[in-house]
Design a protein around this ligand. Structure first.
Ligand code: AMP
Length: 553
């Protein structure tokens, strides 16, 4: 058989002909970005022109940009709540969408921890489930044709098992049985992969026992999962012993490459709020590269990272203009009225925008809530760095701390833990106004590398972290602390190990999806605060005021 030479594209050589086609498609879409956008909008408007929502704006059948922009308003989730409630309650008329567009998604080969969530039904009997659950349950995923680039260690039955423990246990077990075949390890978000590692820490003994005996734990009861595991589980005392010897050591540094030694990279999203997991992932993987391939949401698939092997700090996503009609609200103009939305092809490099989408599924000029920074263009399609989600704030009075600032403060504070061999594994926060003046409370779960000579940081060190975080806060915060004394000293509440897993379990029990779960960076819901407070092992306050000097006139 003669091998075909790999085709070279502008993005580099393709691994195979099929990839070459995909790369060419990306080239074509991004080259004609504005043209594609015009076409997408016309398609959405003609497909959905007769919906109740669009009829309201009297477009008279027009599908062009000018009419769309002059007549259809920009909206938020709250604006659409009445329509969404009607749909959930069973109104089958064409309210927002005339039909539903299902995007095809591709996943690579490897060890991926993927989960579905049990479905609920709306009062009107529509299934309600997160987008990834829909995708895994769809025939696109279940009956996907064999593709050598698309083989998972997790049996489909294990992914489709809605019981979180049984699903995770069997996925982990199968990945151990096939450990030498694993070339990449991933989950959707970095937090999901760390949760899997935590699960492994808690259950390696049981897993090794099952492998030694060639018998699956009776805790896994789902018959489809049992059948799938039975196909690959045979007694393997040598492997069981290997797992025990690797996991019994206190030091879990590099555990990923020790157990799955052929892993070349981690495939997880580590941008945006996920950036804070990078140090933990580096620790457990021994510094493997991390690839963030996509930027997507339940509402719409947005873009691709065309340089997947770049450093996490350099990741930018190229918006694929065929996925939806994209508009951008300049950040500095957000307060002005009426807001001037910019088209995909017209955004300016260096500026920040809020993403506004019009989708085939029936959202019109919908504010996703993400802030993006334009870093450049690939052909005519802009590329964006994910900056943050809007409106995640801590506020005691006039101060406003967003997610990015809080993240920066935690990063700065946690630098002081390095000499102790410790780091912040997880964090969240609360604006505590039960005492006057109110103050910021930051909950920290610490990871102390005891196996590598690390030790638990002393009181003074954690107090210094409090002050360092205050130094990293914006000037309004520091002024309130120093000049007005309207904000009290920042407090760190150290919670015991495993608390953030409990927080996630709690959210999942209340209906969150495992794949799409993100640790809230600020908590306000009293039962969550109660849960956190009941796990506090130490609390520390900032011992002094941060620096602040009034600006000279
Ligand atoms: P969901 O609808 O639950 O899937 O959440 C979608 C949101 O997750 C997006 O609007 C972003 O705020 C965030 N998100 C998705 N992909 C990324 C990414 N690659 N980097 C940073 N944040 C992301």
């Amino acid at each position: 058989m003669r091998m075909m030479p790999a085709t070279s594209t502008k993005l580099g050589p393709a691994a195979c002909e099929k990839d070459a086609e995909k790369l060419e498609f990306i080239e074509e879409m991004t080259t004609k970005a504005d043209e594609v956008q015009e076409k997408v909008l016309a398609e959405i408007m003609s497909q959905n022109g007769a919906t109740e929502y669009l009829q309201r704006y009297k477009l008279g059948g027009a599908t062009d940009r000018e009419t769309f922009k002059s007549k259809v308003p920009m909206v938020t989730y709250e604006d659409l709540q009445p329509e969404i409630h009607r749909i959930a309650n069973g109104d089958r008329s064409a309210i927002l969408s005339a039909c539903v567009y299902v995007a095809g998604l591709d996943k690579g080969k490897g060890l991926y921890f993927l989960f579905v969530k049990s479905e609920s039904k709306t009062p009107g009997s529509l299934p309600a489930r997160p987008v990834l659950t829909s995708y895994y349950k769809s025939h696109h995923f279940r009956t996907r044709p064999f593709d050598p680039y698309n083989v998972y260690t997790s049996p489909t039955a294990a992914i489709l098992c809605a019981d979180a423990f049984q699903s995770m246990y069997s996925q982990m077990l199968c990945s151990l049985l096939d450990r030498l075949a694993v070339l990449r390890v991933g989950a959707v978000f970095a937090s999901g992969l760390l949760r899997a590692i935590r699960f492994f820490q808690l259950h390696w003994q049981e897993l090794a026992h099952d492998i030694a005996a060639g018998r699956l734990s009776s805790k896994v009861t789902d018959p489809a999962v049992r059948d799938a595991v039975a196909e690959v589980l045979k007694p393997d005392p040598v492997l069981a012993e290997f797992i025990v010897s690797e996991c019994a050591a206190e030091d879990w540094a590099g555990i990923i490459t020790r157990i799955w030694p052929n892993t070349m990279y981690l495939d997880v999203i580590v941008t945006g709020a996920m950036a804070q997991y990078i140090p933990s992932l580096e620790y457990y993987s021994g510094g493997l590269p991390m690839t963030c391939t996509m930027y997507a949401s339940s509402e719409c698939y947005f873009g691709l990272n065309l340089r997947p092997m770049c450093k996490p700090s350099e990741v930018c996503y190229t918006i694929m203009p065929n996925m939806a009609y994209f508009e951008f609200l300049p950040l500095d103009a957000a307060a002005g009225s009426p807001p001037q939305l910019v088209d995909l092809a017209d955004v300016e490099v260096g500026k920040e925008y809020e993403l506004v989408i019009t989708t085939y599924a029936g959202l019109y000029r919908y504010r996703v809530g993400d802030i993006l920074h334009v870093t450049g263009f690939h052909n005519a399609a802009p590329q964006f760095r994910f900056v943050r989600r809007k409106n995640v704030l801590l506020s005691i009075e006039s101060d406003k701390t967003d997610e990015e600032e809080l993240q920066r403060a935690v990063e700065r504070g946690s630098e002081l833990l390095k000499p102790w061999g410790a780091s912040v594994a997880e964090y969240t926060s609360q604006a505590d106004t039960t005492v006057i003046p109110g103050h910021y409370v930051i909950y920290w779960e610490l990871l102390v590398r005891e196996g590598e000579g690390g030790r638990w940081p002393e009181k003074e060190a954690l107090e210094a972290c409090c002050l360092e975080m205050e130094e990293a806060m914006n000037t309004v915060y520091r002024q309130s602390r120093v000049a007005d004394a309207s904000i009290g000293p920042l407090e760190i509440r150290v919670v015991r190990s495993g608390t953030f897993d409990e927080l996630m379990d709690y959210a999942i029990a209340r209906g969150a999806s495992i794949n799409q779960y993100k640790v809230p960076r600020c908590v306000t819901f009293p039962p969550i605060i109660e849960l956190l407070d009941s796990r506090v092992v130490e609390l520390h306050f900032s011992p002094a005021c941060p620096n602040w000097t009034p600006h000279p006139n």
